[in-house]
Ligand binder design. Sequence first.
Ligand code: ATP
Ligand code: PRP
Ligand code: MG
Length: 282
Amino acid sequence: MLRVAVPNKGSLSESAAAMLREAGYRQRSDGGRELMLADPANDIEFFFLRPRDIAVYIGTGTLDLGITGRDLLLDSEAPADEVVSLGFGGSTFRFAAPPSAVTEFGQIAGRRVATSYPGLVRQYLADRGVDAEVVRLDGAVETAVNLGVADVIADVVETGTTLRAAGLAVFGEPILESEAVLVRRRGADPDPAVDVLVRRLQGVLVARQYVLMDYDVRVETVEQACAITPGLESPTVSPLHDKGWVAIRAMVPRSRTNQVMDDLYDLGARGILVTSIHACRL
Ligand SMILES: Nc1ncnc2c1ncn2[C@@H]1O[C@H](COP(=O)(O)OP(=O)(O)OP(=O)(O)O)[C@@H](O)[C@H]1O
Ligand SMILES: O=P(O)(O)OC[C@H]1O[C@H](OP(=O)(O)OP(=O)(O)O)[C@H](O)[C@@H]1O
Ligand SMILES: [Mg+2]
């Protein structure tokens, strides 16, 4: 039986459960408080844990797979690796300070940096040979500068609202671009049950990221049309009763849907239809 760790609350938990549900797994109902949930039909047990702890359970081999944030995985320094990035829970990890005091990375040396990701920050500073004091806090680190506990913070930035409210501004290069990831113990043996879950999640990702586009074009513009919609492997071209026309079907990135429809229309394509993909296995 596969044992899988899922965030129990916080920014990642709802999206993680939604994605697993979409992949055909049993999950807690909204607001559910179960610590563990069996899904016998899929021969899986789900354990609902703090996302910060999930890499630890995976690194020790206690659980087979887990969903957590890339930033939390790296901060944990656990021997676990990303298997799939899951396309939600996106954030940037950045330094910030009052703009009147610190405006560039070179000014960090010798200062105090408050963060709830000390492993990640120490590694980043060490890689660049910068000597600074890391002050570990549990959260609300934006307040640390105003209260005089630190000169600089390093924290998760999503919209930037929290930073602005505290009178802080980001500086330097982003430390990390993070999102939710599926993680597995480093060096774990191949396991067909793991491959099934990975393929299901990849299917959900593709279904979310692509649409199916159908349209008709005149035969003499088929090559140009296929260049606009190359699909994942190759578009399907089907004959029509009217020999001067063909029907084409291809996967198109969802974010490009309207641009592609405009380009096809300009080429003379007609009857352009867009359909959502409910599920897929590629
Ligand atoms: N606005 C956000 N705030 C915090 N974490 C976020 C945000 N957006 C995405 N994340 C990601 O969520 C993960 C943090 O999960 P966590 O459960 O600690 O979230 P949280 O919302 O801060 O919850 P809590 O307040 O209980 O700590 C990290 O991987 C982080 O990059
Ligand atoms: O850029 P924003 O959209 O403002 O989001 C980022 C903020 O949200 C998170 O805090 P959270 O509310 O989780 O509190 P915490 O610091 O106690 O974890 C994070 O630690 C930042 O403070
Ligand atoms: Mg938090």
